[in-house]
Design a protein around this ligand. Structure first.
Ligand code: B12
Length: 131
């Protein structure tokens, strides 16, 4: 048994919605996670930051509708670096048809705008585990 807190890297894709990111950082911190926040919005830098920070999970927020190929790039880069055990979760705004597509790209779950925070915390406690 270890008391190491699960580490989550939070990053944005394709927008400047930093208030949402700060709110999510507080929610995850209050739920007991150690949160690392990067302003990086490029898949390469997000993945590099995740590896350097030895995180267990990457959380991506995208409120202005990111290019979904970025999600594929993130999961591909994690695999290339031998870090596929770092899973990726995302939330925000995406076209309905893109949500199954990003899951096929390896994103564990997507939480659309307006998802109750309690649902987010409940899912995270069940699914975000130490790597
Ligand atoms: C505040 C706000 C702004 C502020 C942002 C301030 C700031 N510094 O952050 C300002 C006024 C600047 C702004 C600007 C714009 N905005 Co605005 N904005 C909003 C608003 C009202 C709230 C966003 C927010 O902070 N939400 C707080 C987060 C925590 O809540 P949430 O989004 O519901 O997130 C939930 C889930 O999605 C999930 N989640 C989200 N991310 C993640 C990540 C992880 C890892 C997990 C697990 C879960 C998760 O968790 C939350 C659970 O409750 C929304 C409308 C709305 N009610 O959502 C529009 C909205 C996001 N904005 C929108 C738009 C269009 C814009 C602009 C493009 C407008 C313009 N023409 O200029 C600009 C672009 C800004 C930019 N730089 O990219 C649209 C986006 C729709 C789209 N993509 O087409 C929205 C949806 C409004 C609308 N209905 O049209 N905006």
């Amino acid at each position: 048994m270890t008391d190491k807190r699960v580490r989550i890297l939070l990053a944005k894709l394709g927008d400047g919605f930093d208030e949402a990111m700060l709110k999510l950082a507080m929610v995850f911190r209050e739920a007991g996670y150690e949160v690392i926040y990067t302003d990086a919005q490029v898949p390469e830098v997000i993945v590099l930051s995740a590896i350097h920070e030895s995180v267990d999970h990457i959380g991506i927020t995208t409120l202005s509708g990111a290019n979904i190929e970025h999600f594929a790039k993130i999961t591909e880069l994690l695999a290339k670096e031998g870090a596929s055990d770092i899973r990726v979760t995302a939330g925000g705004f995406l076209a309905d048809e893109d949500i199954p597509r990003i899951k096929e790209m390896g994103v564990a779950e997507f939480f659309p705008i307006g998802t109750p925070l309690s649902k987010l915390v409940e899912w995270s406690k069940e699914n975000i585990k130490p790597t």
